[in-house]
Design a protein around this ligand. Structure first.
Ligand SMILES: NC(=O)c1ccc[n+]([C@@H]2O[C@H](COP(=O)([O-])OP(=O)(O)OC[C@H]3O[C@@H](n4cnc5c(N)ncnc54)[C@H](OP(=O)(O)O)[C@@H]3O)[C@@H](O)[C@H]2O)c1
Length: 413
């Protein structure tokens, strides 16, 4: 089969941009043979030309909008990051009828309805597979593979940086700041780690997962978020005493009576899918009707894995361009309003700083009518596990008892 050559405008040549270049260099021939399209990088936007002396200089530009509008670029891949000028460039690319792929979770999550509507108006494809869990093909699985299902819930570890930090705190008995510093040294955390550790990155990904699952926009600002900065060595020890692991869980529940969306640290038991996912690995577990429970697991960051997601989007967009049949997104049908209160039932781990555990009676009195079903002591405190109970009643009791209880976490079984 003779391949059709499609010119690509690449916005950004950092970790992911170089990953896309390298992937096309390694697999381009096979992609041509298998899919009938040859993706050729025609222009590359960077911030600083002198950082890229290894690249043929005629390809480079410091003006990303000029790359978008370059006549040789039929497709655009945005991998600069940040909100602006990324949003402006993605919008300009779509408005100029260039099919566009991006890995930018912040832009997609915050501006999803506007960008979808723009793509529809201009009759062009717009794809963002690697904005969620990089190379794990979770969005296309939801959109295509699960198209006939009702997505009931999504539970995942979608941020590799925080999972690495929590894993290192457990493995090496580190405090949060020590594990964060290790993550920075290894390039897993940025100089300003707030987006990762305060749950914003995970909230953007959960917003995209929920929006794609329902075709209703979940505004990331409406997702309840709890940072992992409050996790200490003693939190990890409390979890270990129960045989649990601390994980930053991103959860969306799409029950008919109430919708919940939250990113918060939880205690995962060995029986739960999140328990064994360590380091920078990601997992997404989807419960859907009628298919049941599915798990998607793999590396959620890095040059190759993210390029894998972007290039799969680009190949799809190139084939649609070649065939003259753009696959435009479905219309957004509304917005998700997550409930503030939960009707669900859960079990909770309650941590106190009394190492003797002799305060069990006092804790039982504080939580009544909720029963304690398990307790352990560890160096630095005691941890009590409640029966499965109404989240509402538990939170009311905890609010009244806050001075005696230092931390509490939902236990995922
Ligand atoms: N890294 C990952 O593992 C990963 C995983 C999933 C998704 N993503 C997403 O992929 C995107 C890119 O991430 P990255 O890690 O590749 O970032 P990065 O290494 O910081 O690279 C960013 C690139 O964009 C260029 N750039 C930034 N602002 C620009 C501007 N105003 N004009 C022209 N060029 C500009 C930079 O130019 P200079 O080189 O000259 O500075 C650099 O080449 C982000 O949206 C990120 O969230 C990344």
């Amino acid at each position: 089969m003779k391949a059709t050559e499609i010119g690509l405008g690449l916005l950004g040549y950092g970790t992911v941009g170089k990953g896309i270049h390298d992937l096309l260099a390694a697999n381009g021939k096979e992609i041509e043979q298998r899919r009938g399209v040859r993706l050729t990088i025609r222009k590359i936007a960077v911030r600083e030309l002198s950082n890229h002396l290894e690249v043929e200089q005629s390809l480079l530009s410091t003006n990303p909008l000029a790359v978008v509008n370059d006549p040789s670029c039929q497709l655009v891949a945005e991998v600069m990051g940040g909100e602006e000028p990324a949003l402006q460039c993605i919008s300009a690319a779509i408005a100029s009828k260039r099919p566009t792929a991006t890995a930018n979770k912040l832009v997609v999550a915050k501006h999803w309805p506007t960008l979808i509507e723009l793509a529809r108006q201009n009759n062009v494809g717009f794809r963002y597979e690697s904005a969620v869990c990089a190379g794990i093909p979770i969005l296309s699985s939801i959109k295509v593979g699960l198209a006939g299902n009702h997505i009931e819930s999504i539970t995942g570890i979608v941020n590799g940086t925080t999972n690495f930090i929590l894993t290192r705190m457990r493995e090496a008995n580190l405090e949060f700041e020590e594990a964060l510093s290790e993550a920075k040294d290894l390039g897993y955390a940025e100089a300003d780690p707030s987006s990762d550790v305060d749950g914003w990155d995970a909230a953007y990904k959960l917003s995209i997962l929920a929006s794609v699952s329902t075709n209703r926009w979940l505004d990331p600002d409406l997702i309840k978020r709890q940072s992992i900065r409050g996790i200490s060595r003693s939190t990890i020890q409390a979890a270990s005493a129960l045989g649990c692991q601390v994980k930053l869980a991103a959860r969306f529940s799409n029950a008919r009576e109430a919708t919940l969306a939250k990113v918060e640290p939880v205690f995962a038991m060995p029986s739960h899918a999140l328990f064994a996912v360590d380091g920078t690995e990601n997992i997404v577990q989807i419960s859907a009707s009628p298919v049941g429970r599915l798990q998607f697991r793999g590396s959620g960051a890095g040059a190759g894995t993210t390029a894998s997601g972007v290039v799969s989007d680009l190949i799809q967009l190139a084939i649609e361009l070649k065939d003259g049949r753009p696959c435009i997104p479905n219309p957004v049908i509304g917005e998700i309003q997550p409930s503030r209160k939960s009707e669900a039932e859960s079990s909770f781990a309650v941590i106190t700083s009394d190492e003797s555990g002799s305060n069990r009676t006092a804790i039982e009195r504080l939580l009544r009518p909720i029963q304690i079903v398990n307790s352990h002591t560890f160096v630095g405190g005691a941890v009590f596990v409640t029966e499965c109970c109404s989240q509402e009643i538990f939170l009311e009791r905890i609010a009244a008892a806050s001075e005696d209880i230092s931390e509490f976490y939902e236990v995922l079984k």
